[in-house]
Ligand binder design. Structure first.
Ligand SMILES: Nc1ncnc2c1ncn2[C@@H]1O[C@H](COP(=O)(O)OP(=O)(O)OP(=O)(O)O)[C@@H](O)[C@H]1O
Ligand SMILES: [Mg+2]
Length: 359
């Protein structure tokens, strides 16, 4: 699949712009704070209906305006498709596919697949479990609408259960209702755990070879699912921890406490890895993600590289860019030097200056 064009109106610092993308490698370069990442954010919205930064919809509307509009024309399985997203102040966003309004935002998922790679992703291994869970959720929500459905329900129930735990302090009789919440939580939660299991198995099948090459055969990288609780034990554990949960006003068991372990030659590199080791493993993870998405959708995703090349040494840059192959890639950077120096093939170059794009 490829994105043929992108049109923005009153999105972030863009008043109005229209870009025709190449099917190969596209570069957006410019100084800091000019609007390069905003372009990738708009594309990420098309794929996931959300900002990659977790921004609220309202924040993406250009200052002083009431609506932002993103339009993208794709070419997928030999068919031209159009996505429109209208972000409105104090209202839910409206989404249309081929000019037909969709009922709910989730109906858009799966039409456009992207793999987003930012410098923060290089820290995924040294960061906390919340970032690693976020990685699982972003990937799985794109690949599996059931996962998204289960996750949305699960998250809502955790919030409601926590609220109940708080209220129980003043009203102990509420305790009787807790098992009802436990059973609902277990029903959605166990599906999340099972899907994460499969995902991590699939990643492991791919990552070993990639990391072997990236580390010059020196390291054996294995990802483990550090689950808080097994899917078939979730309900029982929830029941058993009532006392603790009531005391802490928090749901202390469940997949919202999961983590992923990264081991290199059997050592947990979250704790004991060198910075370079952690970053290389993170790069392997991203490269595996591309392969996994390819295998799942039987098509190529769009690769979005936000300022990430300057963070890698030239060996790893080379490896990444050679891996890309036939994937449409959109790269942001502040200068073009590295490309010229390393003679990477660039198909189209855009300069970004204060919300205006020229080429
Ligand atoms: N809602 C908004 N309305 C208008 N301008 C906005 C809005 N949100 C962000 N901006 C502006 O967008 C610019 C940041 O854009 P962006 O993050 O794309 O920059 P960048 O070119 O990627 O910079 P860097 O190289 O530092 O990553 C800032 O100048 C910011 O003030
Ligand atoms: Mg940026």
């Amino acid at each position: 699949m490829i994105i043929k064009s992108l049109q923005l109106q009153n999105f972030r610092n863009y008043e109005s712009c229209e870009i025709e993308l190449d099917k190969g490698t596209n570069i957006f370069y410019g100084d800091n704070a000019q609007g390069k990442t905003n372009i990738l954010e708009a594309i990420f919205m098309m794929a996931t209906t959300k900002s990659h930064k977790g921004s609220k919809d309202q924040e993406m509307i250009r200052f002083g305006q009431d609506e932002a509009h993103i339009r993208s024309v794709l070419f997928k399985e030999d068919v031209t498709r159009q996505i429109d997203i209208l972000i409105r102040k104090n209202k839910n966003k409206a989404i249309a596919i081929d000019q037909q309004k969709v009922k709910k935002a989730a109906d858009l998922l799966g039409l456009l697949n992207v793999v987003f790679f930012s410098p923060e992703d290089l820290n995924i291994i040294k960061n906390g479990p919340a970032e690693r869970r976020q990685f699982l959720n972003v990937e799985l929500c794109q690949l599996d609408s059931f996962y998204l459905y289960n996750l949305n329900h699960y998250n809502k129930i955790v919030v409601q259960r926590n609220k109940l735990l708080k209220e129980m302090y003043d009203n102990p009789s509420l305790k009787e209702t807790l098992p009802i919440w436990d059973s609902q939580l277990a029903s959605y939660g166990s599906k999340i755990i099972e899907r994460r299991n499969i995902f991590i198995d699939q990643l492991n099948e791919i990552i070993a070879e990639i990391h072997d090459k990236l580390s010059g055969g020196r390291e054996k990288l294995v990802i483990g699912y550090d689950k808080n609780v097994a899917s078939d034990e979730l309900e029982e554990k929830l029941l058993k921890t009532h006392q603790k949960d009531i005391m802490l006003h928090q749901t202390t068991v469940g997949p919202h406490r999961d983590d992923i372990i990264f081991t290199v030659n059997d050592i947990d590199i979250r704790k004991y890895g060198s910075q370079g080791q952690q970053r290389t493993a993170a790069l392997s993870l991203k490269l595996s993600e591309i392969e996994l998405v390819k295998n799942s959708i039987h098509d190529t995703p769009i690769l979005l590289l936000d300022d990430v090349l300057s963070e890698l040494d030239s060996n790893r840059q080379n490896y990444l860019l050679n891996q890309i192959g036939d994937i449409q890639t959109i790269i942001t950077c502040t200068g073009l030097d590295e490309f010229v120096r390393n003679r990477f093939e660039i198909n189209k170059v855009f300069q970004v200056t204060n919300g205006v794009i020229s080429n």
